[in-house]
Design a protein around this ligand. Structure first.
Ligand SMILES: *Cc1c(COP(=O)(O)O)cnc(C)c1O
Length: 367
């Protein structure tokens, strides 16, 4: 058997009729940017997440960059202010902070939940700490009541990186609506994926929404009048239309992911393999299914020889990347580094077949 990590082809095929009809409609309309499709998707996505505003933009990294740039433009933050971010995130979370001249303060995750450790936040707070960038990594809800309390106590602006968690909830509220603003990615492999790059910011803050809409459109809100030195970072009409179709099926697709995860949790029995704490389904949309193994590289090779494709998220944490040489001199992050050495992501998605999951589990238990 040959099992790919994720087959985008299968996901698209599932909705092929609706998607082809939609793409053809946009192509035939003759209008390709900043039109009805974008407005419709933004409205639907804001309603889905539960925020007043949604602003489409070029990609998930830009969405996060725009949020912090808006805080600076609005006078809420300034260069050199500190933002707390989990050390084990994808590099885009950290780039969004450093791109804005802000200081990224890396905090270790809880090894059981894999998310930002709520007990390690307070010790790094200084007079310059302005924000927490909470990443719902792997599709798991990273928000806790304690994190909310710390934000109140220290007047920290809570921002969410919801790139991996479309549809995830905390106590009935969607992630992406818990903090003051959230960045979303519609990279093709995400739970809600476009046919190329795409992203969005959701927020209830009107000033932030207006600022970001300008920033992502050259800094302009009125044609040929420029308030900010912005950039061009927009969601195009074809992507918005496709996302609108896929949004209608997001809950159903997430539910299929949860069924795959339930099978993994129930049947993986190899004592050399550990899995993160199992959350209630509403708190996990299983963007990825990470497992941990001391002999990770051997396990990956063995699975590959059995036709099973796996990936590592992520093999080198941000603080060890060349681009950040000298940024966090002497910082020791043993949990993050151990995770990077032991993590392996199993095939996960809404189109994996029952016999494939069974085959994967049998192979894992034989290792
Ligand atoms: C994918 C991702 C991003 C960046 O999104 P792009 O659309 O690829 O720019 C940011 N943060 C996390 C956690 C991601 O997984």
């Amino acid at each position: 058997m040959e099992i790919p990590f994720l087959s985008l082809k299968d996901i698209t095929a599932k909705y092929a009729d609706e998607i082809h009809e939609t793409v053809n409609r946009v192509v035939d309309s003759g209008w390709y940017l900043q039109g009805e499709e974008n407005a419709r998707f933004e409205q639907h996505y804001a309603d889905y997440i539960g925020t007043k505003y949604c602003i489409g933009c070029g990609n998930g990294l830009d969405a996060l960059i725009w949020i912090y740039r808006a805080y600076i433009e609005l006078g809420v933050m300034q260069s050199g202010d500190e933002v707390i971010v989990p050390a084990n995130t994808y590099i885009a979370s950290v780039l969004a902070i450093t791109e804005n001249g802000l200081k990224a303060v890396l905090v270790e995750p809880n090894p059981n939940t894999l998310e930002l450790d709520e007990n390690k936040i307070e010790e790094v707070i200084t007079s310059r700490t302005k924000s927490i960038l909470l990443v719902h990594l792997y599709g798991r809800c990273a928000y806790t009541e304690k994190i909310g309390d710390l934000c109140k106590k220290y007047h920290l602006h809570l921002v969410e990186d919801n790139a991996q968690a479309h549809g995830c909830e905390y106590k009935g509220q969607k992630t992406g609506s818990i903090g003051e603003a959230a960045g979303h990615s519609f990279y093709p492999g995400k739970n809600l994926g476009a046919f190329g790059d795409g992203g969005a910011v959701t927020t209830n803050n009107k000033a932030m929404a207006e600022c970001i809409r300008s920033l992502a459109n050259y800094g302009s809100s009125k044609k040929y009048v420029f308030k900010y030195c912005g950039r061009n970072s927009r969601l195009d009409e074809v992507q918005a239309a496709v996302l609108d179709v896929k949004l209608r099926h997001l809950d159903e697709d997430n539910h299929l992911r949860q069924q795959v995860a339930a099978y993994y949790y129930k049947n993986i029995k190899n004592p050399d393999i550990t899995m993160p704490t199992r959350l209630h389904d509403e708190n996990n949309v299983y963007h990825l299914f990470p497992i941990f193994c001391e002999k990770r590289d051997a396990l990956q090779e063995y699975l590959k020889n059995n036709g099973i494709q796996t990936l590592i998220h992520y093999p080198i944490p941000p603080h060890l990347q060349e681009c950040y040489a000298g940024f966090w001199e002497g910082l020791s992050l043993p949990i993050t580094e151990k995770m990077a050495n032991q993590e392996l992501s199993l095939p996960m998605g809404p189109c994996i077949k029952k016999e494939e999951i069974k085959y994967i589990v049998e192979a894992l238990n034989r290792f």
